[in-house]
Design a protein around this ligand. Structure first.
Ligand SMILES: [Zn+2]
Length: 147
């Protein structure tokens, strides 16, 4: 398979941390196990700089129905954004899964990260997960804390 992964040493960012509830992460991992395409969606909550809190998650359709890339309908994105704003919250991150690949950003993910400069939570169908941000032009892995 011609898939390029970034060969980057991810520095552990001490400053930033993603707080997510067990139930939310488990739901994402469960869906990732069940599907043979990449699953995706949004993390909605509060970004307090060093600490990013996930209050709820929203699953979205992968309109590409692909096992190696994903895309979310921009109109759906807008709906999530509007609904979050009404609750005084924000889209603090994007999650998606990899199928039989490690949960690290692909080249395409990096492009997406440049457009969506928030937390990228990547999981896979094997139950692995990791979170990343783009910082100073490079991908930095951040800590995930389960609540
Ligand atoms: Zn990816």
């Amino acid at each position: 398979m011609n898939r390029k992964y970034l060969r980057i040493k991810c520095r552990e960012a001490i400053m930033k941390c993603l707080f997510i509830k067990h139930v939310h992460l488990n739901n994402i991992l469960k869906r990732a196990r069940e599907e043979n395409i990449e699953i995706c969606g949004f993390l909605v909550g509060r970004d307090e700089g060093e600490k990013v809190f996930v209050d709820y998650i929203v699953f979205e359709k992968n309109i590409l129905k692909s096992s190696h890339e994903f895309e979310i309908d921009p109109l759906e994105t807008l709906k999530v954004l509007e609904s979050a704003e009404k609750k005084n919250k924000d889209i603090v991150g994007i999650f998606h899964s990899h199928v039989n690949f490690p949960p690290y950003p692909s080249q395409k993910d990096l492009k997406g990260m440049k457009a969506w400069r928030n937390v990228w939570l990547i999981v896979n169908n094997l139950g692995q997960y990791a979170a990343f941000i783009l910082k100073d032009g490079g991908v930095e892995r951040i800590e995930v804390k389960l609540e």
